[in-house]
Write a protein that binds this ligand. Sequence first.
Ligand SMILES: [Zn+2]
Length: 213
Amino acid sequence: MNIILLGPPGAGKGTQARKLVEERGMIQLSTGDMLRDARTSGTEMGNKVAAIMDAGQLVTDEIVIGLIEEKLEAHPEGGFIFDGFPRTLGQADALGDLLARHGMKLDAVIEMQVDDEALVARINARSTCATCGEGYNDISKPIPADGKCVKCGGTEFKRRADDNEESLRTRLMEYYKKTSPLIGYYWAKGDLKAVDGLGEIDEVSAAIGAILG
Ligand SMILES: [Zn+2]
């Protein structure tokens, strides 16, 4: 079974992908992780990626597709979760062709639906302990009233720089311009399923589980 997790930044795709890896033994393919792994792999493709990134250039779709192809060849039995890829219609076409060439297909494209305002509220609510990294959330897991981290007793907390509202809005704009057309694309192909991405992690996970069967 091969699936795509689709949704705006902050919708919880990475969290759900990790749960599917733990609970179902699926293989998470996130572009960021693949590029990091490739750099240190020593393969021909890996050296190419390292050279491009070191030169400060953008990694092309062709290269990302090449990296995915290496993974498909290493795991012909499938079981992939695409997380953060495809991001554009062109990439979606290329992924479809690639899977077909390897006798594979997408079994479901799961859209994690979230309300934009809720997403902004959610990202603004996050903080972490500056000492041990324990995560907090003003809504679901507030910093204790005594101001001490539950794990290490630390008293300093920080908000992630890239979690601020302005950068979220920039990433959302990018998502709406380039990625959100994939919702219509996969709907027309008959692959689209939607879950409410705003529930508790376990609720979202149960909804995804019900789709995957
Ligand atoms: Zn702490």
